[in-house]
Design a protein. Structure first.
Length: 294
């Protein structure tokens, strides 16, 4: 099945109302409505549609750059077909990402639980040399199995990526939910880093050859992002994430191969504040990428 066969029509508004041209757009947005690998409250499959719906209610002009994201040449391809098994997700997403990546586009994915990152990052890693993955997440997602006897879930995604891709390095920005198993694994694995402040993030970007950024919305404190399946107290202020995006993306746009935002769950959200936060972070990401991709 080809990319164009998968994306026959839009079933929801496009992100920020963008209406770019597929052939000339440097950035492609796709939704991955999958939450079968979640171990908390289900419902993240509804996030891609809801993030788009609330995005068109947000202001999209960025005074510092003069860019209005609504009129940017970004192609929103809509959502992948709904699948409910991991094997189908890996096959379908892998084929689509490979085709889009080969066309020279950067990919922004809307999850979905965090396991949707697995086939995207795996495919991008096969297409690059060394790939640094910058992770905003309350949790490490480094368990070997979780829940019982399950090796492929949103709690094991980075363990599997590290095991199956020797060219991947993972850097976490201030995670706060650790199991002992994950702590020991991270401590012993030289391809895992924990970054404690924005200066360390800047240094990491400078050293990286290729970068993929994944944002689990539960990295943000649940007081700002209640709409997620596994909230963890004492999280990041959303402005911290915004500032890192706004300061690093323009400088390192040529290194950034893809981005996703995951684990938004509209079924447990409050007045759509989490979906709106996700959309606003995506707006800053686009502002940081669009003018610099050539």
């Amino acid at each position: 099945m080809s990319f164009r066969e998968l994306y026959m029509h839009h079933v929801s508004p496009t992100l920020f109302g963008v209406n770019g041209d597929y052939d000339s757009a440097k950035i492609l947005v796709m939704g991955i409505p999958f939450d079968s690998a979640a171990t908390g409250v289900p419902g993240a499959r509804y996030a891609p549609r809801r993030i788009r719906e609330v995005s068109v209610e947000l202001e999209t002009f960025h005074p510092a750059t003069g860019l209005d994201v609504e009129f940017a040449n970004v192609f929103d391809a809509g959502d992948l077909p709904l699948v409910t098994c991991v094997d189908s997700l890996v096959r379908v997403v892998g084929r689509v990402v490979e085709e889009v990546y080969d066309s020279g586009k950067r990919i922004i994915s809307l999850g979905g639980d965090h396991f949707v990152s697995y086939p995207v990052i795996s495919t991008v890693a096969r297409k690059t040399g060394r790939l640094g993955v910058l992770v905003f997440d309350a949790h490490m997602d480094l368990r070997d199995e979780y829940p019982f006897d399950c090796r492929y879930s949103h709690a094991t995604v980075f363990r599997r990526l590290l095991e199956e891709n020797s060219n991947i390095e993972v850097a976490y920005f201030r995670p706060r939910g650790w199991s002992k198993e994950e702590y020991l694994y991270a401590k012993e694995n030289k391809r895992v880093q924990v970054l404690g402040d924005e200066t360390e993030v800047e240094d990491w970007f400078m050293r990286a050859e290729n970068v993929y950024v994944t944002i689990d919305i539960d990295a943000v404190d649940p007081s700002f992002a209640p709409g997620t399946g596994t909230p963890e107290p004492f999280g990041l202020h959303p402005d911290t994430v915004r500032r890192i995006i706004e300061e690093t993306f323009p400088r390192y746009s040529q290194k950034i191969r893809g981005l996703d935002i995951v684990e938004v769950n509209p079924l447990v959200d409050v007045n759509d504040v989490t979906s709106r936060l996700a959309a606003k972070l995506l707006m800053y990401a686009l502002v940081g990428l669009i003018p610099y991709l050539g």
